[in-house]
Design a protein around this ligand. Sequence first.
Ligand SMILES: CC(C)(COP(=O)(O)OP(=O)(O)OC[C@H]1O[C@@H](n2cnc3c(N)ncnc32)[C@H](O)[C@@H]1OP(=O)(O)O)[C@@H](O)C(=O)NCCC(=O)NCCS
Length: 150
Amino acid sequence: MGDAVAIRWGVSASDLGEVRRCSLYPFMAPSAELDAEMMANPDTVFAGAFDGDSPIGCIAVLPESKYDCGLRIRWFGVLESERCRGIGTRLVESSQEYAAQRGESLWADVRIKAIPVYERLGFEPLGDFFDLPKIGTHRVMKWASSGLRP
Ligand SMILES: CC(C)(COP(=O)(O)OP(=O)(O)OC[C@H]1O[C@@H](n2cnc3c(N)ncnc32)[C@H](O)[C@@H]1OP(=O)(O)O)[C@@H](O)C(=O)NCCC(=O)NCCS
């Protein structure tokens, strides 16, 4: 059950590379190039959702100022077999706590499928929908840390 799943911060990119690929880019084969993308910004901080020692979901937060927000969320994904039990919600919530502790707001390019998760947690859409090749339709969403629920 979702209760047994732990969210851990400070996980290395290499420990989350495969869960990121399987969740977000299942149409791509494993490659050094795909893994290297995760390390491009050394200030990126990763969180994993773990069932025991097995990573089943991931999210990253990195300093990238845009839309009046200091932090960006990237690589939010949960293994297909583990979806719809609240793990994705917990990963985004945990990122909100991370940002709020630093007095920062968050933005993300959000895939259509994830919009309801972000919306329920107080993120607001910005601008029009846009397409990213191979991945699909997205919308920018942002969240102001002052909006964190007590
Ligand atoms: C988007 C994604 C990360 C969501 O992860 P998730 O763990 O399934 O997220 P949650 O379980 O918190 O929420 C998903 C749905 O399950 C529902 N749900 C949550 N707990 C539930 C439960 N116990 N019982 C039934 N449904 C539940 C939620 O209400 C939500 O429904 P909705 O999307 O229709 O509004 C996941 O679908 C995914 O990895 N998709 C592919 C990659 C992707 O699109 N990533 C987002 C990039 S921006």
